[in-house]
Design a protein around this ligand. Structure first.
Ligand code: ZN
Length: 131
């Protein structure tokens, strides 16, 4: 089963929890055991699985990415001025996979699935593939 949902980001960079939307898609798939792939269909956004309880961690991700990839020094900036955003998304990657059991995501207690916006605000399309 595949389905997509959209997330409207509000800032140029932010980490948005999408665990609930993914869990709902997995529940609709009625799969006993398998794998859920979460994939963002954009070149300047990424998917991560990490700490989900402390909101400060989300701003730490943005801060760390900014330190790793400063603005305005990349070849791609000559094209559309968002070289840093592409590099952040490339390092994090566009997808994550989560085991499914009994129709539920087998995430750890502190894990959540998040969209990382690197060049917003924009509307992002996320694909969930459960099989
Ligand atoms: Zn670009």
């Amino acid at each position: 089963m595949q389905e997509t949902f959209r997330v409207k980001t509000r800032k140029s960079q932010e980490v948005v929890d999408i665990t609930r939307q993914v869990a709902e898609a997995v529940a609709r798939a009625r799969l006993d055991e398998g794998i859920c792939t979460v994939f963002v269909r954009h070149a300047t956004a990424a998917i991560i699985i990490n700490e989900n309880a402390d909101p400060a961690f989300r701003s730490d991700v943005v801060t760390a990415l900014d330190r790793l990839f400063p603005q305005g020094i990349w070849e791609h900036d000559k094209v559309d001025d968002n070289g840093a955003a592409h590099l952040k998304a490339a390092v994090l990657g566009p997808s994550e996979a989560v085991p499914v059991q009994g129709g539920r995501l087998r995430l750890g207690t502190w894990q959540g699935i998040a969209l990382v916006e690197c060049d917003g605000p924009r509307e992002r399309e996320i694909l969930v593939d459960v099989r």
